[in-house]
Design a protein around this ligand. Sequence first.
Ligand code: ATP
Ligand code: MG
Length: 418
Amino acid sequence: MLTNAPRGTKDMLPEDAYKWHYIEEAFADICRRYGFREIRTPVFEHTELFTRGVGDTTDIVQKEMYTWNQSDRSLTLRPEGTSPVVRAFVEHKMYADPQPSKYYYNIPCFRYEKPQSGRQRQFHQFGIEIFGTNDMMADAEVIALGKEFIEGLGIRDVELQINSIGCPKCRDSYRNALREYLKPIYDKLCDTCKDRYERNPMRILDCKSPEDQELVKEAPLMIDYLCDECKAAFEDLKTDLGSMGIEYKVNPGIVRGLDYYTKTAFEFVALSIGSQGTVCGGGRYDHLSEELGGPPIPGVGFGLGKERLLMLMDSNGVEIPKPMGADAFIAFMGEAPKAAALKLMRGLRKEGLHVEMDCMARNIKGQFKYADRMGVRNTVIIGENELALGKVTIKDMETSTQKQIPFGEILTELKKEK
Ligand code: ATP
Ligand code: MG
C-alpha cells in the first residue's frame, strides 16, 4: 500500500500554491522597502545550536525537536529561524559590515507537536532580524514591518500586544519572587515544570498544560520587576511606536517560548482563530550571540507563521487573485496543421504567452471541450483550410465570437486582449 504524508505535514498542491506565492511576494516586497535582505541557512544544524540558543528547559528543546545522530554528530531539523541566522552572522563575520544588519528569511520549521488546526509538525515561517543595535527604534521598526505586512494583506482583527521580559540583571529578583509564589503549589505542577522550578521557573508560565496555566494565573509579573535600564527601554519602545501611530496593548502575560528573549517581547494575536491565534511573535535577544559563543551582538526580530497567516486571510474574507487561465489553446486538425501549431506554440511561448495544445490525440471536439474546461481565454484553430489560406480562426472563449486573421497577426491579437 502507498504510504501517506507523515502526520502533521501537508502537501502543498498547485491549487493552493498561488496563495503562497502571493504572500511570499508581498513579504519580499515589504522587506525590500524596509531594507531587509534575504538570508538562507540550512534546514538542519548541529543540535547544540538550539539547546544553547533556544534553551534546554524550553518545550521546543525538551519535547519538540527532530534530532538524529550522523557519524558522531547530533543534528537537528531547524525548529526556529533566529539561532541559525545568528550563527551564520557570526560564522561569516558579518558584524564587520556597516551596522545594523537587517535580514529576512522564508523557511520551513520542524517541531514534534500535537497536530491541530494552525499547528503542524512541518510549518512555514517568514522572519526578520536586526543585528547590532540596542536602540528601541529597531524594535519599533520590526514591529512596524510586521504590522504593515499583516494589515497590508487585508487582515483587520489582529491586535499588537507588547511586554518587557527584562534582562539577566532584573530577572534574578523576579525568579526569586516567582519561586516564592510557586513553592506552596510545587506539588501540583507537572513533572516538566517541577524540573523547571529550580532551573528556569519563568518557563513554567509558558507551560501548555491547562492545569499549570490555571495555577500560575496570579503569579507575579516580570514587568513589575524591571531594572531601570529595562524600564527606560520599554518606555522608549512605547514612545517610538506612538511616533509611528502604532496602537498596542501591554500584555504582561507574554513570556515567549524561547529562552533567548530579553527586554522587548511582542505578539500579533488574532482573536478569530482560537487558541492558535498568535500569528507572529518576536522580541529582542541581546545575549543570544554570546550564548552561542560569538561576540556580544544585540538583536531583535520576529517569526510569523505562514499557515496561520493564510488561515487569517481566509477568516477575514481576503480574496487572493487566482492565476489567469492560458492565453491561448491551439486546436489543430491533421498532420500539416499539427506541425504549424507546434511551431506557433513555441513562438508564442517565447513571446511570453501561456499557450497550450492537446497531446492526448483528442479529436477537434474533444480539444474544444478540453480548452473550455481549462478556462483558456482564446482558442486558435488551425485546419488544412486555414493553413492553405495562411490564416487561423481565433475564438474568444468568453464572448464566443470568432474571426479569421493572418498568421502574422496572432501575437498582436492575443496580446491585445490581455
Ligand atoms: P505557539 O504559542 O502558538 O506555540 P510559539 O510561541 O511556539 O507559538 P514561535 O516560536 O514564536 O511560536 O514561532 C513564531 C510563529 O510561528 C508563531 O507565532 C506561529 O504563527 C508559528 N508557529 C509556531 N509553531 C507552529 C506550528 N507548530 N504550526 C504552525 N505554525 C506555528
Ligand atoms: Mg509553540
